[in-house]
Design a protein around this ligand. Structure first.
Ligand code: PDD
Length: 281
């Protein structure tokens, strides 16, 4: 497997990171995850804008962000993944600094890593739906930054998987924020709800697409918190993400939603999403 590491295309074995990398000591870095449809990168501009935002918030200066588009396509080509669709993982840390100390100095050389992998088939999840669990949101209050500091998400997702669930969805007290790696949506009486943008959630690119599709197709969408205490008054739920796409939720903890199959409006949105990705440029 060939990866992109600090400006070069190298084998995975050659990509070596210093133990004094601030990513290793402090999770001092950010990442971005995107994917292709039909060999083309989906919403690459939005992903690059989000990456730039995360880097700027951490005061990590990286000049050539747009290189990641050609790097990703190049990696897909070199690794002979095309015409199969692939996901792209980009990680930038502040870089190496010796000796270890909390405050960073002005200009360490950043560590930059990009890899691509073949996407796994998620059709069963899309078709049948998944179980999720609700977990207290113990993450920090800058979830708008796509930071590599992901321990609460790692713990919650692992708990979910151990309970045969696909995702852990977080709530701050009564307010549902988002999943460990997805955004969360609910439907009540034909209206779609999702948490408003704030420092408590990541601005999901798939979320952005869903909102656009709702507006275009005259489906009412409200960026309003879904409450844990009110959860049983909703008709449908789904989670969204780059690789998760629109995955119906059919069970929340022990509660089976409706008749245990994906909701009607969720199905309609899946169809609009499918049409959108087959026609995008
Ligand atoms: N996760 N919320 C969180 C906390 C996320 O980590 C992600 C993405 C999303 C959905 O964003 P998008 O629609 O842009 O993929 C929401 C990526 C895929 C990951 O962690 O690998």
């Amino acid at each position: 497997m060939i990866v992109y590491f600090n400006g070069k295309y190298v084998s995975l074995e050659e990509a070596k990171i210093s133990p004094y990398d601030r990513g290793f000591h402090y999770a001092d870095g950010v990442y971005e995850a995107l994917r292709s449809y039909n060999g083309k990168l989906f919403r690459v501009d939005s992903h690059m804008r989000r990456l730039k935002y995360s880097l700027t918030e951490l005061n990590i200066k990286l000049d050539d962000i747009n290189q990641f588009e050609s790097v990703s396509l190049q990696l897909a080509e070199i690794n002979k993944i095309l015409p199969h669709d692939f996901s792209v993982y980009i990680q930038v840390t502040r870089g190496v600094q010796f000796p270890r100390k909390h405050n960073y100095e002005n200009n360490p050389t950043h560590t930059v890593f990009v890899s691509v992998s073949k996407l796994k088939d998620n059709s069963e999840h899309l078709e049948k739906g998944v179980k999720i669990i609700l977990e207290e949101d113990i993450r920090w209050t800058r979830c708008d930054i796509k930071s590599i500091s992901l321990l609460p998400s790692v713990m919650a997702k692992t708990k979910a998987v151990n309970l045969d669930a696909y995702e852990a969805v977080f709530h701050r007290d009564d307010l549902i924020t988002e999943g460990s790696h997805t955004n969360f949506f609910a439907v009540k009486k034909g209206v779609v709800y999702t948490a408003p943008l704030s420092n408590f959630i990541l601005e999901g690119i798939t979320r952005e697409v869903i909102i656009e599709l709702c507006i275009k197709n005259k489906i009412r969408i409200e960026e309003e918190y879904i409450k844990v205490s009110d959860i049983k008054n909703y008709d449908e739920f789904f989670i969204t993400g780059t690789t998760t796409e629109i995955t119906p939720v059919i069970q929340i903890d022990d509660w089976v939603v409706g008749n245990g199959s994906p909701g009607k409006l969720t199905r309609v949105l899946q169809k609009y999403f499918q049409e959108h990705i087959t026609s995008f440029n």
